[in-house]
Design a protein around this ligand. Structure first.
Ligand SMILES: *[C@@H]1O[C@H](CO)[C@@H](O)[C@H](O)[C@H]1NC(C)=O
Ligand SMILES: *[C@@H]1O[C@H](CO)[C@@H](O)[C@H](O)[C@H]1NC(C)=O
Ligand SMILES: *[C@@H]1O[C@H](CO)[C@@H](O)[C@H](O)[C@H]1NC(C)=O
Length: 229
């Protein structure tokens, strides 16, 4: 019995040696995965992973959008152990499809395409929004108009001052598609300032829109203008 075990151990050991020593074409150990890089991350470096075995040791090249990358062309690029590293990644320059290509004397293998994307959320550009005036009992919509971004967003609205949020009910609704706030049958208690809060779920960044004041329109025989004069 003991001898059998020893034989088995010896045999698997020899298989390992054989695997390392036999000449063979390149084989992927790891192919690159899609990456969504948060632009505000502490680590200012993107890694597209690629690991290959082969004998003779394969050489590795990378393609971006189907075109070979010349590593020396950009000081931000490097290839370490087959993986492609980009320092200070740039959302306009570096977005695209990356592929790892390994070659030795037996042949060439091409990895799957990995998509590099960026997640970010810019600040609102406008500082003020004009007052919205609504008749009591009317419906209305306040537009959020999120700033330039990439990555999934969620929306909420502050009523007057943080941390008082608009609670959704049968009159009030916040669209998670557009960020817009819908209020049906406006009441006096709705009067106040509304601020859209946009959150990027990938970076966890939050930005606040400019507040929109909501007032009730005085629609009697006396118009609002004359009333205030
Ligand atoms: C990213 O690249 C674009 C185009 O080359 C350039 O205009 C921009 O300044 C770069 N952004 C950063 C943060 O370096
Ligand atoms: C790669 O292709 C994508 C999609 O067509 C494009 O948006 C991007 O700018 C390209 N990247 C480069 C570096 O050419
Ligand atoms: C709304 O904002 C304006 C300008 O900041 C302020 O004067 C006003 O008092 C606010 N209204 C309420 C109800 O908080």
């Amino acid at each position: 019995m003991r001898l059998l075990w020893e034989l088995l151990v010896l045999q698997s050991f020899m298989l390992c040696l054989a695997d390392d020593n036999t000449l063979h074409g390149p084989v992927f150990i790891q192919e690159p995965n899609n990456v969504i890089f948060p632009l505000d991350s502490e680590e200012k470096k993107v890694k597209l992973s690629c690991e290959v075995k082969g004998n003779p040791k394969p050489t590795i090249r990378w393609k971006l959008n189907g075109t070979s990358v010349d590593i020396g062309m950009d000081y931000r690029y490097s290839v370490v152990g087959g993986s492609f590293l980009i320092n200070n990644p740039n959302k306009t320059q570096d977005i695209g499809m990356y592929q790892c290509i390994a070659t030795n004397s037996f042949g060439t293998i091409v990895s799957r395409e990995a998509k590099l994307q960026f997640a970010y959320l810019e600040n609102f550009k406008t500082r003020t929004r004009s007052t919205v005036s609504v008749r009591q009992g009317q419906g209305m919509v306040l537009l959020c108009g999120p700033p330039p971004h990439s990555g999934e967003l969620t929306y909420a609205w502050i009523f007057n001052e943080y941390p008082s949020f608009v609670h959704q009910d049968n009159r009030r609704f916040v669209s998670q598609e557009t960020g817009n706030l819908y209020i049906a049958k406006v009441e006096t208690s709705d009067v106040g300032n509304y601020t859209c809060v946009v959150t990027n779920t990938v970076t966890n960044n939050k930005v606040l829109g400019p507040p929109t004041p909501l007032i009730l329109r005085n629609d009697g025989k006396i118009s609002g203008l004359i009333f205030f004069l």
